[in-house]
Design a protein around this ligand. Structure first.
Ligand code: S3P
Length: 430
């Protein structure tokens, strides 16, 4: 599936962004393990999160869908999962696979986690090594790649993990394993990452200690069912934030977007670049700060992105590269080598696509310098990466010619209906 996109009209109106992917994955997992029935509202109907729900159904958890974006999960209790009869397919979802690796390492039964071509190229030693230090036994393919064969029946023991990589997925995998471990599991991060697992464990009545960059829990606790409300995904909103900033005349409102401080690095960076983004109707949704974001066109300036903000905007670099291509003066990104092991090598793939549309990008191992110029039409390959596809749909809105974006089906992993919503706001995208 491909898109053809070109200069559109100014973006106007009010847009409701779908539910947060990270929160939706975790809500299914914790609700499945809880005692009692939990309701999830605002669940992301994306392929990634639906794959996670299907995996729990395959392990005997009843999950009802009374209406779109709502799930009723009949928790089976911490020891109630059934052995799956076939490999569990996480699709494109790194979050699904890494969190499940932690959870399944502690079960009585064996299991296998697999995924699509992109996921089968993503590094898993970052979870399998620290899980092994807790007593887990996980076989990966050569180079530590999926599929993961997880041996059950292991009694895990708590450990203190000082992580080298700032990763909420790794931290979460260890905490989920820690629920079953003897003793305490402690995680210390090199930079604080999103703390949804910690907040949600607390909401499910688990006693744990956490602060930015640190978490600790005692094994052997049970979870009590609760209702979860999922806020709108900031990472999906990011494409509209950049689009309305770069398309002249735009004035767009994004309703009730999740503003967890570990997710909003792009907001700081765009404002530093001169963007006009106002937060209105601030409130809370499911324990998370949310606000409507009103974004109006503004001339952006290139900046040096602070390395300290990289973990807080780790999913937003494709969108940022497009903003940088439309700014005045170069933008420099450093300290972002993690981008090379996302759904695609996002430094290389964004550089390739921007070059194909007239922008000079100097790549480094851990970042890039983007030299703005008028964006032209051209052919861009998303390498099956949802965020690359959406980033170039945004870029095309200010291009002098048509941008043909190849291989966009995976947008459905995180943002089903992106194209229809974008057209409603004023995008030229078919
Ligand atoms: C996520 C953590 C981040 C992020 C991913 C979702 C999560 O990955 O890129 O999209 O839900 O925990 P890392 O933990 O690899 O940084």
């Amino acid at each position: 599936m491909d898109w053809r996109a070109g200069a559109g009209s100014a973006l106007h109106g009010s847009v409701s962004i779908p539910g947060d992917k990270s929160v939706s994955h975790r809500a299914i997992m914790l609700a499945a393990l809880a005692d009692g029935v939990s309701t999830i509202d605002g669940f992301l109907e994306g392929e990634d999160t639906r794959a996670t729900a299907a995996i729990f159904s395959n392990m005997g958890v009843r999950i009802d869908t009374p209406s779109p974006s709502r799930r009723i999960v009949h928790g089976v209790g911490i020891d109630g999962l059934h052995a799956p009869v076939a490999p569990l397919d996480c699709g494109n979802a790194g979050t699904g696979m890494r969190l499940l690796a932690g959870l399944l390492a502690a079960q009585r039964f064996d299991s296998t986690l697999t995924g699509d071509d992109s996921l089968r190229k993503r590094p898993m030693r970052r979870v399998t090594d620290p899980l092994a230090a807790m007593g887990a036994w996980i076989d990966a393919s050569d180079g530590g790649l999926p599929p993961l064969h997880i041996h059950g029946g292991r009694q895990l023991h708590g450990a203190r993990h000082a992580l080298d990589v700032a990763s909420a997925q790794v931290k979460s995998a260890l905490l989920l394993a820690g629920l079953y471990a003897q003793g305490d599991t402690e995680v210390v991060e090199p930079h604080p990452t999103r703390d949804y697992t910690e907040r949600m464990l607390a909401a499910f009545d688990v006693d744990l200690e956490f602060s930015p960059g640190y978490a600790r829990l005692r094994g052997g606790q049970r979870l009590r069912a609760t209702d979860v409300v999922v806020p709108a995904d900031f990472s999906s909103a990011a494409f509209f934030l950049v689009a309305a900033s770069i398309v002249p005349g735009s004035d767009l409102c994004l309703r009730a977007v999740g503003l967890n401080p570990r997710r909003t690095g792009l907001l700081h960076v765009l404002r530093h670049m001169g963007a006009d983004i106002e937060e209105v109707n601030a409130s809370h949704c499911g324990g998370e700060p949310v606000a409507d974001l009103r974004v109006r066109h503004a001339q952006l300036r290139g900046i040096e992105v602070s390395e300290a903000l990289v973990p807080d905007m780790i999913d937003e670099f494709p969108a940022l590269f497009v903003a940088a291509a439309c700014a005045e003066g170069p933008t420099v990104v450093r300290g972002a080598a993690e981008l090379r092991v996302k759904e695609s090598d996002r430094i290389a793939v964004m550089a390739e696509g921007l070059r194909a549309t007239g922008i000079q990008v100097d790549e480094t191992p851990d970042g890039a310098t983007i030299h703005p110029a008028p964006l032209r039409g051209g052919i861009v390959h998303s390498h099956a990466d949802h965020r690359i596809a959406m980033a170039f749909a945004v870029a095309a809105q200010v291009a002098t010619g048509e941008i043909h974006i190849c291989d966009v089906a995976n947008v459905a992993t995180s943002f089903p209906g992106f194209d229809a919503l974008a057209r409603e706001a004023g995008f030229n995208l078919t």
